[in-house]
Design a protein around this ligand. Structure first.
Ligand code: HEM
Length: 277
């Protein structure tokens, strides 16, 4: 199977579209870079933008299995591997830009990775992603057999490392990192439900959304309480004040309610159809 073909070797418009969409942010960032639209610290800005997309794509990749289950659309499995490899390509690009930003001084790069904990964490995440990308081919799947699945479960740990790297390097505002962590928590809840074969009813999905929202608020509270001088209670209260815009916990709750609404709508369509028959 190539990046653009399905298991039968036929051109897959779905894979081609998803690949084009996944590469679009990198193309736009490259365009901004070469047309001098990234400000005076253009390399650093590109580093950050590619880092943002690495973690976003990783979380989107993790969303594919629950999405496949909810939409009952087996074809989604076709794009999971491709999106995973694309995420690795972004992470590698992020690292290469970091080397460029360090004036290609490899001794400095190695010493920084050893000395700065957030870089050590990012590096371990990158090694993990390389391992998964290197074993993502059909031949590796066949060779590794059952071990392949176990190895590829590492992706959940790699995402935690990526998120931690994101949190630590964030300055005062950790909201974007909290938001992605909230989506990750929601996806982990779905994963547990799917593994335990719990039926994804509207009630189960609504409770999951509430739980993910609450855990997101708790993560934010703990981060501010433990690592900054900002009063975490003020941050927690802001979740209930919409004049500041929607806080990450509220966004996670609302996004979590979308699948709930979708399943309610699908059940209703099913009931209406059976009444017509
Ligand atoms: C060797 C591996 C890595 C190195 C050396 C590295 C280095 C960096 C550096 C220097 C920054 C900017 C910090 C600043 O502005 O002060 C950064 C930001 C970031 N990195 Fe990495 N990183 C690595 C791996 C990763 C991986 C694997 C991911 C995702 C899974 C990732 C996601 C991010 C994100 C999301 C940001 C924040 C961007 C923003 O602030 O908008 N990085 N990284």
């Amino acid at each position: 199977m190539t990046p653009l073909t399905d298991r039968q070797g036929r051109f897959s418009p779905l894979k081609a579209t998803v690949l084009a969409l996944a590469l679009l942010p990198a193309a736009v960032i490259a365009y901004w870079f070469f047309t001098h639209q990234l400000g005076p610290l253009a390399v650093k800005a590109a580093l950050r933008l590619i880092g943002d997309w690495t973690i976003r794509l990783l979380v989107i990749t993790l969303a594919l299995t629950p999405l496949q289950r909810l939409l009952n659309w087996p074809k989604i499995a076709l794009i999971r591997r491709m999106l995973g490899v694309t995420t690795f390509a972004y992470a590698l690009t992020h690292f290469i830009i970091y080397i460029a930003n360090s004036k290609y001084d490899l001794v400095f790069v190695v010493s920084e990775i050893v000395l700065r904990i957030y870089l050590t964490i990012g590096f371990v995440a990158l090694i993990g992603l390389s391992l998964l990308a290197a074993t993502s081919f059909d031949s590796a799947v066949r060779k590794l057999g059952k071990k392949w699945k176990m190895l590829h479960r590492l992706v959940y740990m790699i995402a935690v490392l990526g998120l931690l790297h994101y949190f630590i390097q964030s300055k005062i505002d950790v909201s974007p990192a909290v938001l992605l962590t909230g989506f990750y928590i929601l996806l982990m809840i779905y994963r547990i439900l799917i593994t335990k074969r719990v039926s994804l009813t509207p009630a189960v999905l609504a409770i999951s959304a509430g739980l993910a929202g609450a855990l997101t608020a708790l993560t934010e509270f703990a981060w501010y309480g433990l690592t900054t001088g900002v009063d975490p209670w003020r941050i927690a209260k802001a979740n209930l004040m919409f004049s500041f815009g929607l806080r990450p916990a509220v966004i996670v709750l609302l996004v979590g309610l979308i699948p709930c609404g979708f399943v309610m709508w699908r059940n209703r369509q099913g009931t209406l159809k059976s009444q017509v028959v």
